[in-house]
Design a protein around this ligand. Structure first.
Ligand code: URA
Length: 276
């Protein structure tokens, strides 16, 4: 599945210093060329965009060489579901053991027409109680990050965003998702992407990145998150930008500036896709 950039979009990305990636280059090879974005804390995330001054890369997805059809097929019933049916299916899901400890499933929130999709890892305690993604402290930071690029979870149109997780149920004690849980839950996220048809996906944290890029980036399972940043990946033909998880940023605020650079890259991709 290729990242559909026509000659004009490629030219615009080049002009912005976003270099179109040669498939022969190892993923992350140009990581060191990433800009040093302005430093600042959460509150200091600027409302205005800061240009990505030095080249990022547009990764030619490996899926072009290894077609997605080789990956696990989406169960046919899920592939046919509309939003309501999908939400009901998730609400009643018993595909893995997480259904036994969850209080609520956490399907997703936001504008189902949004151009932006944010993908996190899994619900935590607050999300499990409220049935909505990113409602805890990390969620407040995410809301601020989104605000910085003109988005909010209640927004529609240009301000619209949809927020979902790889897992729809909380892993007990917030432990890491297990491969089998990710495998069972994957078709739900894939259907959400198919229904939403976003123009960009922001993958927050290691699990989101691994889940979305497992069929297109070799060794993604062992690759540090930093190696996946600064490139435009692809999931089902949708550009994917990888960034840090807000919970990590709460513990490591010095990386908020890098996150800002990632958001700027996402804005650049959006602008290249939809010139004014
Ligand atoms: N962390 C996530 O990845 N998702 C949530 O919904 C909450 C915390």
């Amino acid at each position: 599945m290729s990242l559909q950039l026509d000659a004009r979009q490629r030219a615009m990305l080049e002009e912005m210093g976003v270099r179109v990636f040669s498939p022969e280059l190892p993923v992350g090879a140009l990581d060191d060329a990433l800009p040093s974005p302005p430093r600042g804390g959460e509150a200091a995330l600027p409302a205005a965009r800061v240009a990505v001054a030095r080249p990022a890369t547009v990764a030619e997805p490996v899926a072009d060489r290894t077609p997605f059809s080789s990956a696990r097929a989406m169960p046919a019933e899920i592939a046919a579901m509309d939003w309501d049916a999908l939400q009901q299916a998730v609400a009643g899901c018993q595909a893995c053991g997480l259904c036994q400890s969850r209080k609520n499933t956490v399907f997703g929130v936001g504008d189902t027409q949004a151009r932006w999709l944010v993908v996190g890892e899994a619900p935590g305690e607050n999300e499990d109680i409220q049935g909505e993604p990113f409602v805890g402290q990390a969620g407040q930071l995410l809301d601020n990050m989104l605000k910085a690029v003109g988005l909010n979870r209640q927004g529609t149109g240009a301000q619209g965003v949809y927020i979902a997780n790889v897992l729809k149920c909380r892993p007990p004690a917030n432990r890491n998702p297990q491969p089998e849980e990710v495998l069972q839950c994957e078709p739900y996220l894939r259907r959400q992407v198919a229904l939403l048809q976003p123009q960009i996906i922001l993958a927050l944290g290691r699990f989101a990145a691994q889940s979305l890029l497992q069929h297109s980036v070799p060794d993604v399972a062992t690759m540090p998150l930093g190696k996946l940043r600064g490139q435009v990946h692809s999931y089902e033909g949708v550009p994917v930008i990888v960034s840090y998880h807000p919970a990590y940023l709460l513990r490591t605020p010095q990386d908020k500036s890098r996150t800002w650079a990632d958001l700027c890259l996402a804005l650049d991709v959006m602008r290249a896709a939809r010139p004014a």
